[in-house]
Design a protein around this ligand. Structure first.
Ligand code: ADP
Length: 315
């Protein structure tokens, strides 16, 4: 049976993971958008509906449209696709809202066309969408969304994405205070150079964090979840950050930091119960500050984007 429409789950993602600024990312299991992708005769991408948020319907102004068009152009595909985007991840939340749309559309089109593209090609198309959102074509959110699990972007040009082993008992807690920080803005406040001593400390932590993931050594993961370069600067934009971090660690989390460019804050824990305790502790701080927020606990989503209904088979 030929089906021309599918519905996909597009996961939220945590980029950076403390010491992995611009290179590390992981996909969440229980938080994400949904997207319906439909094959049409008309060429190009038409966004027919967006629910959950006020975002541009015009394809050229929506990351999903831009990523989809980049893919169609590269494939020299003559037909087109209609999209419905059901947003659950708020734009500018720091948990990969734009990445979910940019990667969901290209993954979905690939399914409907009988999988002509590799995951690496899909990441490249999705990066074009990210360029629209933040000004730079970064892959640290779209790579985990498409590959699933934890990924390391060794290089974005030429693109080289490495899948990283995910420890079986690793859980993430995320709080999203309802203030908006645009990736482009939170990039502007960063210094463009660092000292050698800072570099040494950061790559020591990053190497050890990756080793910790492979060895499932939670104590090593905990020691390595440190970012003394970006976090001290970006955290100024997030009310209560230091207290939230302190409380997450006191509740047993392995580490805590800014998710992507913020304002969401993540912590990683061994086991779901500890992750729940950490989420509660983080959420309590925001409640005391009278800051509206969402709180999530999720396992690591090793599958990435997945089909909800329908299966595309090219005619
Ligand atoms: P996040 O880290 O949450 O993705 P960004 O600042 O990187 O936040 O991206 C959000 C920006 O991208 C907003 O300016 C938003 O208007 C724009 N945007 C365009 N299309 C979409 C989309 N489909 N989903 C989310 N954001 C979008």
């Amino acid at each position: 049976m030929i089906q021309n429409e599918i519905k996909v789950f597009c996961p939220a993602t945590i980029a950076n993971i403390s010491c992995g600024f611009d290179v590390l990312g992981l996909a969440l299991g229980s938080v994400g958008d949904e997207m319906v992708i439909r094959k049409t005769e008309l060429p190009g991408i038409v966004i027919t509906r967006i629910t959950g948020q006020d975002l541009p319907l015009e394809a050229q102004k929506n990351v999903a449209g831009v990523a989809g068009l980049a893919m169609l152009e590269s494939l020299n595909y003559q037909g087109g696709f209609e999209l419905e985007i059901h947003k659950k991840i708020k734009a500018g939340s720091g948990i990969g809202s734009s990445a979910a749309s940019a990667s969901g559309v290209v993954w979905g089109i690939n399914q409907l066309l009988g999988e002509p593209c590799t995951e690496e090609q899909l990441v490249r198309f999705a990066m074009e969408g990210e360029k629209l959102a933040s000004g730079t074509p970064h892959a640290d959110n779209v790579a985990p969304a498409i590959y699933g699990g934890i990924t390391l972007v060794r290089s974005s040009d030429p693109l080289d994405v490495v899948r990283i082993h995910c420890p079986s008992e690793l859980y993430a807690s995320v709080v999203h205070p309802h203030i908006e920080i645009k990736t482009a803005d939170s990039r502007k406040i960063l210094r463009t150079s660092i000292s050698l001593a800072d570099g040494i400390r950061q790559w020591g932590n990053l190497g050890a964090l990756i080793a910790g993931f492979y060895k499932e050594d939670y104590a090593l993961i905990s020691r390595s979840l440190e970012d003394h370069i970006i976090e001290p600067i970006r955290s100024i934009l997030i009310p209560g950050f230091d207290e939230i971090k302190q409380q997450a660690l006191a509740a047993g989390a392995l580490g805590c930091g800014i998710s992507g460019s913020g304002p969401s804050i993540f912590s990683l824990s061994k086991g779901e119960e500890t992750a729940q305790n950490a989420a509660r502790a983080m959420s309590d701080v925001l409640s005391k500050l009278d800051l509206e927020h969402d709180a999530y606990v999720s396992g690591i989503n090793t599958e990435g984007i997945k089909l909800i209904t329908g299966k595309g088979v090219s005619p």
